[in-house]
Ligand binder design. Structure first.
Ligand code: GLU
Length: 469
């Protein structure tokens, strides 16, 4: 048997972290078993499904590199197939036309409520033949009335639901459109899905879907229902908790490697290992190791993982992801140091790619003014001599490289009989505009001689003005 899983989003919004985790688990399970992963767009809700949402979901999956082997299939393109099978069930007496009006259904519900029962369709058309010819109708599935549905959920264990709890589900609406549960069943069957991994919000649908599969003579796949993701306040994860769209994490400067690693651990574990390459996830992934309890989102941990990957991924890889941020923040890097070198100097100094671009601007652009706090502290009259001396030494350097730059700064401190900080800090503020940067030899070598000297002049002017005001 070839393992086949699917991710079946309803395209009513972006790909959120819960959906991405479900997709990841389905994808991993397929990969871990040399199987296939299908993408199916469940767009039968015509009012709520949109093309931008379809694109947003696919963009999210592409960014996370969760490639599908088959699809995307679209349910709206498969209506003929659903209707064919509904007709088959009708012909075999496994489904029936129901002519109940909205008023009748309402009356049924009210009577049940008054009797303290839960509202359900009472089967009033289940065995009738006196069909009117001019009235609208829906088609309902004849759910078995005896016995129970039992399935072994790979995460939750054995689940048993008595058939008398389930009423006769509408499978075709009066406007001729098939309903959600029916489409899912037909698709899972036609697409050869062996393992259905999905959110626990679908667990109530599963017994109904199993009954329909059996009526169709289709094999029943294995089910695994994944628990919810909660916010750090214990409530269901929502926009209130900040970013929930996968692409928002991209925009905020997270690496897909970090988000994937974060998501895999959100509800799944392998011993106490925290950091997983994708190859390791595939190697160790088992449905049985998915946690039954809900998991809480923890942004600090995601940031920690992002920092880990910023430090450890090859520069080439970081560069690929950084490109989007350069465009987003409109930083032109065509003039200035090699981006690789800037990444090497900065990657372990930031939490996100967004920040990496923010703090690397001075390598490529002149800044409009010195940071007020840093200038107040470091660009003072006493710093003038240090800046002038170091400027002279830097001007005289034969080669503009780290070691020589380092020596020039050192020699300045020695000559003026001051600590390194008395030279270094004013110099740092002079060339970067503020008080934070990698070591000065690296920083200056990347900024280049011409810009360095010009910026030192600006700083000296700044001090002169300050002295005279
Ligand atoms: N379309 C459903 C959803 O987005 C998923 C259905 C399923 O996985 O069976 O929630």
């Amino acid at each position: 048997m070839t393992v086949k899983t699917r991710f079946a989003p309803s395209p009513t919004g972006y790909l959120h972290v819960g959906g991405a985790r479900t997709a990841l688990y389905s994808w991993l399970f397929a990969k871990a078993n040399q199987g296939e992963f299908v993408l199916r767009i469940e767009d039968t809700d015509l009012e709520r499904s949109t093309q931008p949402a379809i694109e947003a979901i696919m963009d999210g999956m592409k960014w996370l590199d969760l490639a599908w082997d088959e699809g995307p299939y679209y349910q709206t393109k498969r209506f003929d197939r659903y209707k064919e099978l509904i007709q088959k069930l009708l012909d075999e007496g496994k489904a029936y036309k129901c002519f109940c009006t909205a008023e009748e259904l309402e009356a049924m519900r009210e009577a049940q409520m008054q009797a303290g029962q839960s509202a359900r369709y009472n089967g009033m058309w289940r065995d009738r033949n006196d069909h009117p010819t001019d009235k609208p109708y829906v088609i309902r599935f004849k759910n078995p009335q005896e016995g129970s549905v039992i399935f072994d959920d790979k995460i939750r264990g054995k689940i048993e639901i008595a058939n008398k709890e389930l009423d006769d589900l509408i499978i075709l609406r009066s406007d001729g459109s098939p309903t959600y549960n029916f489409c899912v069943v037909v698709d899972d069957w036609d697409m050869g899905i062996t393992h259905v991994i999905r959110g626990e919000d679908h667990i109530n649908n599963t017994p109904r879907q199993i009954n329909i599969l059996e009526a169709l003579g289709a094999p029943v796949p294995t089910y695994a229902h994944v628990s919810m993701i909660l916010g750090d306040d214990g409530k269901k994860l929502s926009k209130r908790h900040g970013a929930v769209s996968v692409m928002q994490y991209r925009d905020d400067g997270f690496l897909p490697e970090a988000l994937l690693n974060y998501l895999v651990r959100l509800g799944w574990s392998h011993g106490d290992q925290e950091v997983f390459s994708v190859a390791e996830m595939i190697e160790y992934f088992k449905l049985e190791d998915i946690n039954k309890a809900a998991s809480a989102f923890n942004t600090d941990k995601l940031i920690w993982l992002n920092q880990h990957y910023l430090k450890t991924l090859p520069v080439e890889r970081i560069k690929e992801e950084l490109k989007w941020h350069l465009v987003d923040q409109e930083l032109d890097i065509s003039q200035g140091p090699e981006l690789d070198l800037v990444i090497k100097a900065q990657a372990d100094r930031v939490k996100t790619l967004k920040e990496l671009v923010e703090i690397s601007r001075y390598f490529y652009e002149d800044f409009a003014e010195f940071d007020a706090g840093a200038a107040k502290k470091h660009l003072r009259p006493v710093a003038k001599e240090a800046l002038e001396t170091v400027k002279a030494k830097l001007t005289a350097l034969a080669d503009w490289q780290e070691e020589a730059i380092h020596a020039a700064i050192n020699d300045t401190a020695t000559e003026l009989e001051v600590g390194m900080g008395k030279v270094g800090m004013p110099l740092r503020v002079a060339v970067t505009g503020a008080g934070n940067s990698p070591s000065l030899d690296i920083t200056l070598s990347l900024i280049g001689r011409e810009k360095t000297l010009a910026r030192i002049d600006l700083a000296i002017n700044f001090i002169n003005k300050r002295e005279n005001s």
